[in-house]
Each structure stands twice: as C-alpha cells, then as structure tokens.
Design a protein around this ligand. Sequence first.
Ligand code: ZN
Length: 280
Amino acid sequence: MLTIGEYTLQTLDVQCFSLDGGSVFGVYPRVLWEKIITPDHLNRIRLSMRILLVRGKGRNILVDAAMGTAWSDKVKKIYDLSEWRLDEELQNAGLECRDITDVIFTHLHFDHVAGAFEEKDGRLVSVFPNARFHVQKDNYETALRPNAMEKSSYLLPFIDAFGKSGSMELVDGCVELLPGFEMVPLGQGHTAGHQLVKITGDDTTLVHGGDLIPSSAHLAVTRGLAFDVAPLELIRDKVALLNDLLEKRWLLYFAHDPFIKAATVRQDKKHVVVDKVVDV
Ligand SMILES: [Zn+2]
C-alpha cells in the first residue's frame, strides 16, 4: 500500500495471462529478450494484469479491469488465463464490487476492459453496478470501428456492453477527475485515445504506465509491443514520460510486469532502468 497526498493506492492482483513473446517485444529479437524473461514451451511470456485501486475523497477508483471470466475454453487455453481473483482481492481491501465508484480505462483493449463485465443469462453485464466508466472519447470511437490490425484487440461484445452499460463517461483530453488525480491522454502510439493516470501528492507523483510502458523491460525506448499502431509516436510519448520520471523522480506503475509493481527509474549506460522498487 502507498499513500500519495489524500489517496491510498493498492494493487489488486486479479489475474495473469501469457502472450507470445514476439508480440510483447515487437522487433526486439528473442535472442535478446529471452535473457530478460524466459518464455514457456509455446514461446509465451507470463504477464500480470494488475488493477490499481485508488481510495480517497470518498471514492473507490480502479484503473483498468483485466480480462475477467467471460471467455471460452479455447481463449483461456491460448492465453493460459489464470483464475479471476477480483472478489478476494477487493475483500482483502475491505471492499465489494458495489463499493467501486469509478473505473478509469487506459484504453479498451480486451485485457483492460473485459473484466468489468460478466456473463449473466447470455448477456454481458457490469460487475461494478455503482461505478462510472471513464475512457477517452477517441478511444471509444476507435473501439467501435476498429482498424484491421486492432479488430482482435477491441472485441465488439465488450465494447457493445461498455456503450450500453449506462455508466460510460467519455473524457476529452487531459481531465482532473479529482484534485491530484488526472487522466492524461497520449498520442496514437499504442492506440488512439490511450490515456495514463497521474496521481500527485505533496512530495510524490505516480504515473500508471498503461500499455505505453507495460513492464520494466519496456523502459528501453525502442522496446515496444507488436500491437503498437504507431511506434514512432509511441517512442515520442515514452521519451517525454521517461524525462519526467528521471527529472522529477516520479514513480511508474507497471500493469503487466510479472514481478515489479512500481519503481523509480535511473539512466543506465544504454537505457533507462528500474532504480528503487516500490510496493504498492
Ligand atoms: Zn493495449
């Protein structure tokens, strides 16, 4: 647990999945990335899908919602999807799903949005009956009409459920949800309308890295996901964020890192690397 200003931050370790190592590291070759992380016999890398719980100002806010349970056996097998521990993790934090007031979606790729829904009587319904769902307008519009490359990441049943949930709040640009709690949009690098979350207190700032910097292995500027739609634009955003992290000693939260939840960073000979690991 971490306190920043009036907010308490806590990780909900709800689920893990495995992605093909090639798609996790893009053009970075396996002979190099396998020194950082060992793939399984199907060339997959085990990754976390953490939810960040932020409490303060009378609100219980989640950042992203992982994959959840509404998946076929085939999909579970492809991604080696772990059990879903949302209820247990919330219970450990003294909360239930109905206590969640807001869910901030960095973007609506299925591994960030699907866990907000469960299947009931053949329909996808929200698991957070009292929450408002915040997403950038650009991202929602892109998800409704995905390009050929992202069709398999924006899964229409979930996007449809999102739109019909009655909970949707479309955000346009940089918005302060609460004092010291901002939603900050990026360029089109990973996908259109991707946003980060920035939480600022008197002497600490934490940025949720979304899929801009999903793990500590992606601190290196040219190590991006194969899913990034505009790699050069992503690099511009990453360099800008890394400069702030280095100069201002901000903390970075990793949603997908298998081991590290958050850290400060430092400049090494070649790359920016993890400096001090922080438990959140
Ligand atoms: Zn994504």
